[in-house]
Design a protein around this ligand. Sequence first.
Ligand SMILES: Cc1cc2nc3c(=O)[nH]c(=O)nc-3n(C[C@H](O)[C@H](O)[C@H](O)COP(=O)(O)O)c2cc1C
Length: 340
Amino acid sequence: MMKLDSLIHGALLRLPPETAHDLGLALLRIMPPLSFVSDENVKVKTRFGILNNPVGLAGGFDKTGKCIRQLEKLGFGYLVVGTVTRDARKGNKRPRILRRPDEFSLVNAMGFPNPGIKQFLKNVKHNKPRSTPTVISISDEKIENLIECYKMAQEVAWAIEINISSPNTPALRHYFQLEVFNDLVQRIKERRIIPTYLKLPPMTSSEEKSRIIDLAKAWWEAGLDGVTVVNTLPVIEPKLSTGTGGMSGRPLFSYMLNSVKTVYVLTDGELEINAVGGIFSGKDALLAIMNGATTVQLYTALVYRGPRIVAKILEELLIELKKNGLSSVEEARGIVLRQQ
Ligand SMILES: Cc1cc2nc3c(=O)[nH]c(=O)nc-3n(C[C@H](O)[C@H](O)[C@H](O)COP(=O)(O)O)c2cc1C
């Protein structure tokens, strides 16, 4: 089985990225569940429940809500599905994903292809996870549409992730004006039933950093639950139909770590943090957790390291905990910054 996995994974990496993605998901349908790493020491407590492990699937992998049952077989502690908008979208023209294998990164310009919130929630209900907590990622340039998605998605999900940080939808930038953002926060706060996270972009300049800090602070002061850091980094990529895209994978790791530390210190560890960006190993995951993350999420590592990524990360994580004299993931959280 192990050999077959690696062979299939190797073959998929030779196909165009979107073809490989769709084929990989189709193959998962017929694959038996992979063996799980089950260990009390990797369990984590989050606002949306106790997770078997802290490794989540990042937003964007299942944009339809149709693949939850397949993705559950990979052993993730939780899944983020979407991003979904109020109305269906086709997304940008292909090619809209590119691999940069030398640096273990991807550049994408998907542009939110999705079936629209109504159909998406129908799909999720049809493919209800057996046991894995599922977070729905929502977005929309229009605040009224975003709130409509928020109300509807809360009826189905364990938690909500609000994505205002995709670089492929420039019209989302208006949410970064404090007045507009405060309006959003107020409306979310009034309607919040389940834990709600804000997905933020990487901090690329000191000006951007102070703006993002203002947003995280407003989110925290409103009593909202947490943030997911970070979304992809805007880059120029002439090989994509749009000429630009968002970069994910290894090069994002330092941006992610910087954001995790900043938010943890800013909010005294009160805002829950999901770390995402360049997490490929147990060592990466533990570093993010020791700097304040409650969970980690990944996307690009699944593409490059294959379907056993969660099991591999958890095995490595247990070894790394021991090496650092720590007994559990819970004990590790924020330890670097608490000791300073
Ligand atoms: C092809 C692709 C599509 C993505 N789509 C979304 C999306 O719809 N919503 C979202 O919040 N993030 C999306 N992301 C960003 C990821 O959720 C994640 O923040 C980013 O890839 C960094 O993590 P990674 O380095 O583990 O991939 C996408 C990433 C990729 C590579």
